[in-house]
Ligand binder design. Structure first.
Ligand SMILES: Cc1cc2nc3c(=O)[nH]c(=O)nc-3n(C[C@H](O)[C@H](O)[C@H](O)COP(=O)(O)OP(=O)(O)OC[C@H]3O[C@@H](n4cnc5c(N)ncnc54)[C@H](O)[C@@H]3O)c2cc1C
Ligand SMILES: *[C@@H]1O[C@H](CO)[C@@H](O)[C@H](O)[C@H]1NC(C)=O
Ligand SMILES: *[C@@H]1O[C@H](CO)[C@@H](O)[C@H](O)[C@H]1NC(C)=O
Length: 589
């Protein structure tokens, strides 16, 4: 693997400067946007502090995605043991990967671009978040984009010339083509699911360019590396936000770098963009959070804010839905890694199976005929995974699938042609919570996702699984002998295969959190007891402090969250600018 650092990544600032207009914590999806937008124009100085180190070229190879999680560039969080999600995984525990690197989780993710439905954002606005409805956020989804897909370049839903390139992976497996064809045979449209309508099938739009990952840093930081008013400090772990107790005003942060402690001051604002796990953790460690919880951990309370860490949103996917075919439709990990030609294709032309993460198609379903049906508003997503990615001990371990489960359920597939469908409820009802284990930044927080805790989410998933099984009745799949893999899942054999009880058991056992943690610093008017930030993203009760990242989401969206993070960063930076420009105008008049 090529461990060379991007030559265009901004250098590490090692000056002794200790005061800036803005101090931004975390160089992930939203933090990179803020660093770029607040430093444009040259009026303000911006310091971006990132706990992780530099991104390297090898991280941009899409197929290497799975391997990135076993590195120091992942925070390596884990959930608490659960009987509802992943009860059959090792220790009943899910991994909860998060990027600890310049670019944040956009360096580890699967790059799918799925914004969500207009009604999701209208619901955000309906609880009092003025300006966050679909019409309010669409301009920011467009602003971040540089659409490369020819037939979408002139769509009014897409943008051109923005920092983040959006393209298809160059490689498309036979599976992807067949699935889209089968979707049509089932009566669905092939469409741009980020456009006018969402229900249907589509090739997955990705944050990639020419077969390489296009991270937040490549998009927003590489172009500004020469700005004199922008400073990036890497390997800098922020452990406290400094807040004046009397005036309840944030004025800087403390961070640790190379074993030493530093203080920097923010003349205007401290902005926390540390992501859905670390943002609430940092607020609580700084004395902003539920009073009783902080007192128990001997953290001096500066402001009692009961919502911090609550409202932990997520998606949950069933991992056991597998279909077999007579013909190979995609390649197994062994075939991809084992064939030298794939490396030649990739490293000479950025083509071939290494230029895809292995997921090239998605579909969205309304679940017509069930109690969950809402016309035009899909409730369910499917992702079609090349071969069964789990048919490989390495990838199985990545999901904490224990050896006995692997041997009984997955191993028999090793020599078969198979593919997997990740299925999930787009708007689950279950909500979890995040709390601190102690008052130390080095102790990971306690992550209790409660995924599949609500019966309704299980029912939606079962309805979705049944919709997927119908796909095998299409002429396209009949032709290739498509069949549901019907080996009973160990631990669920007592239920009749395919019954509601069987699927329920299987979902609780072999499910994963879908890494869409969010909502832990809920945006809502102050009248909402769980609210943490205002619609301007200001932390209630504290001056000069905002949270701007996916933690502010009040409700889950029917999408994936990197583009949501970019949108929140873009809209958030405009909100910040608006405030500070108006202050300046008042001063100069
Ligand atoms: C395996 C995986 C696959 C995914 N696939 C997709 C996908 O296909 N499509 C999609 O849209 N989304 C996907 N996501 C989710 C998406 O990438 C994230 O939701 C998104 O990046 C969140 O953005 P953010 O700005 O809130 O936080 P992040 O991008 O996580 O950024 C937070 C940053 O803050 C830094 N930080 C944290 N604490 C501190 C501290 N104390 N001091 C200094 N710095 C700190 C972190 O190191 C990190 O760089 C996936 C996620 C995972 C884990
Ligand atoms: C810089 O600030 C001044 C007000 O002090 C404002 O008029 C001007 O537009 C700003 N420049 C940019 C490029 O943002
Ligand atoms: C895509 O990458 C290949 C391989 O490095 C390179 O030869 C080609 O010029 C690139 N194309 C574009 C448009 O950048």
């Amino acid at each position: 693997m090529n461990s060379t650092i991007y030559t265009r990544e901004p250098c590490d600032d090692d000056s002794a400067a200790d005061a800036f207009d803005f101090v931004v914590v975390g160089a992930g999806a939203a933090g990179c946007v803020l660093a770029n937008r607040l430093s444009e124009g040259g009026n303000w100085t911006v310091l971006l502090l990132e706990a992780g180190g530099s991104e390297t070229y090898s991280m941009s190879v899409p197929y290497f995605m799975g391997r990135l999680q076993q590195t120091e560039f992942n925070w390596n969080y884990r959930t608490v043991p659960s009987d509802t999600v992943g009860a059959g995984l090792d220790g009943k525990i899910n991994y909860c990967p998060k990027g600890k690197i310049v670019g944040g989780t956009t360096v580890l993710n699967a790059m799918c671009v799925i914004r969500g439905h207009r009604k999701d954002f209208d619901r955000w606005e309906a609880i009092g978040n003025t300006g966050w409805g679909y019409e309010g956020v669409l301009p920011y989804f467009r602003k971040m984009e540089d659409m490369q897909i020819p037939h979408l370049k002139n769509s009014k839903y897409h943008g051109r010339g923005g920092p983040i390139k959006i393209d298809y992976f160059p490689y498309q497996s036979e599976l992807s083509k067949l699935v889209i064809q089968a979707g049509k045979e089932m009566g669905y449209e092939e469409l741009d699911y980020n456009g006018e309508k969402m229900t249907g099938f589509g090739r997955v739009q990705t944050t990639s360019f020419n077969g390489t990952r296009w991270s937040a840093s490549r998009g927003y930081l590489h172009p500004i590396r020469h700005r004199k008013n922008f400073f990036l400090r890497k390997r800098s772990l922020v452990y406290k936000i400094l807040i004046n107790e009397g005036t309840k005003t944030a004025f800087g942060v403390k961070y640790r770098r190379d074993g030493k402690s530093f203080t920097v001051f923010a003349r205007r604002e401290v902005i926390v963009s540390a992501g859905p796990i670390a943002a609430p953790q940092l607020l609580m460690l700084s004395g902003v959070g539920p009073k009783e919880h902080l007192q128990k951990l001997k953290i001096p309370v500066i402001h009692d804010l009961p919502g911090v860490g609550r409202n932990l949103l997520n998606h949950g996917a069933y991992l056991g839905l597998i279909f077999t075919t007579d013909k190979p439709l995609s390649r197994t990990p062994q075939q991809v890694y084992g064939d030298a030609a794939n490396y030649v294709d990739y490293f000479t032309a950025h083509r071939g199976p290494l230029s895809s993460v292995g997921i090239e198609t998605v579909s969205f379903h309304e679940l017509k005929g069930t109690e969950f049906y809402s016309p035009g508003y899909p409730r369910f997503e499917s992702q079609y995974v090349s071969s069964t990615l789990i048919v490989n001990r390495e990838t199985a371990g990545g999901f904490r699938i224990p050896p006995h489960l692997y041997d009984t359920y997955f191993k028999p597939l090793e020599n078969k042609n198979s593919f997997q469908v990740y299925v999930f409820d787009l708007r689950p009802k279950s909500v979890g919570k995040l709390t601190l284990a102690d008052n130390n930044i080095d102790t990971p927080p306690i992550i209790d996702t409660n995924v599949f805790g609500e019966e309704e989410d299980v029912k939606v998933t079962i309805a979705g699984i049944r919709e997927m099984i119908k796909m095998m009745d299409t002429p396209s799949f009949k032709k290739v002998g498509g069949k549901l893999y019907d080996t009973p899942l160990p631990g669920c054999e007592t239920y009749a295969f395919g019954s509601d009880d069987y699927w329920k058991c299987a979902i609780h056992k072999l499910s994963v959190i879908f890494y869409h943690e969010s909502g832990t610093c809920k945006m809502a008017p102050i009248s909402d007891k769980m609210s943490v930030v205002s619609p301007e993203l200001k932390v209630h009760g504290i001056r000069n402090l905002r949270v701007i990242d996916t933690s502010i989401m009040p409700f889950m969206v029917s999408g994936h969250l990197s583009v949501t993070g970019y949108m929140i960063g873009e809209k958030g930076s405009d909100l910040v600018k608006k405030d500070h420009y108006s202050v300046e105008q008042i001063k100069s008049s």
